[in-house]
Design a protein around this ligand. Sequence first.
Ligand code: BES
Ligand code: ZN
Length: 386
Amino acid sequence: MKIGSLLISLLPLSLGSPVFSLPFGEVPFGSELRVLQLSADEFVTVPETEKLFLRRRGTNFFDITSHSGQIAGGKLKDEIPVPDYLYPTELNEIETVSKVNKMINTNSMQANLAEITSFYTRYYKSQSGFEASEWVSSKIIESTEKLPKEIVSVKHFDHKEWAQYSIIVQIKGYENPDNVVVIGSHLDSINLLLPSILPAPGADDNGSGTTTNLEALRLIVEHILSSGKTFRNTVEFHFYSAEEGGLLGSQDVYGEYRAQNKSVMAMLQQDMTGYVRDPSNEHIGVVTDYTTPALTSFMKLAIDNYLDIPYVETTCGYACSDHGSALKNGYPASFVIESDFKKTSKFIHSTLDTMDRLSLSHMAEHVKLVIGTVFELGNWPYFTKI
Ligand code: BES
Ligand code: ZN
């Protein structure tokens, strides 16, 4: 679809708010205009307020305003290709993973989820959204402080346009430190009705993924302390800011990784891990669109062996969560959600996204997958390009 006709088609649906078209890259300083990418080859330039209307209608996008160097002459520069890496087709860490998975503590997860949902909102532009990043950071520091500084680092990744920061926890690999395995989740929330005014507890989206990854990180650190062993490859946990603004935080992070020529060999996103529509058919959703097939096959293997519930394949669409930012920058990425997309929580992005609707034991299944992935891929010695 041509950009102009897309703009016109958006007009009547946007409740009268104006839509402007500008040549790409020419976003005037101080204006509220944003450049959005709606698919591989569709772009619009809209006022900030229009983003909300689009989201309420279910249109997903990357907000690429700060990354619009990616477009030239109205077309995306060549997409960065994702290399093919070899992933395990059989598991090598069954004993250790089974042992660590037995240590998952749903009481500690419940306490974390209660705290993270107690912020009025974690909207990335709000003061409480900033305080939420401070809280996540303090929890991470608490669980990693016993590890030597040569092994673990916790960095705040600041963003230019808003105060809530992303957090990068790095556990340095002892053999191939340049090979990085990333576990991701976004820490912000949003109330799509009035983001700056109404509460957004964001229990499922994405207090659940944040809690999942905090628990996995806590147990991994405990294991390193008791065994004295880290991983062959570098393992990172990322807690992204501003996913709900159009994958803003994760695009900054992966844009920077790309600029620094970093090698991310695998990324697993945890976003919405707690809602079970039908407990008699509890399962996990493996996302097969806009993800890397070989890595997704590994995730299925890990689910079959490390989890107590089965998976179903599902789709989530373009620009669905932060794994999209990894993929866009040429890094293999995977996404596993709480269930078949059709059966995910309908309460997200509202005041109703509260923790009483979630299952801690379901979230524990996601923790098992994260731990399985960290041990298997963290120790995988064959990350050569095929
Ligand atoms: N957690 C959602 C994505 C999601 C929704 C996964 C429903 C599974 C089921 C994520 O936080 C989100 O809201 N994404 C936006 C797009 C984003 C780029 C603004 C969405 O799906 O509307
Ligand atoms: Zn969301």
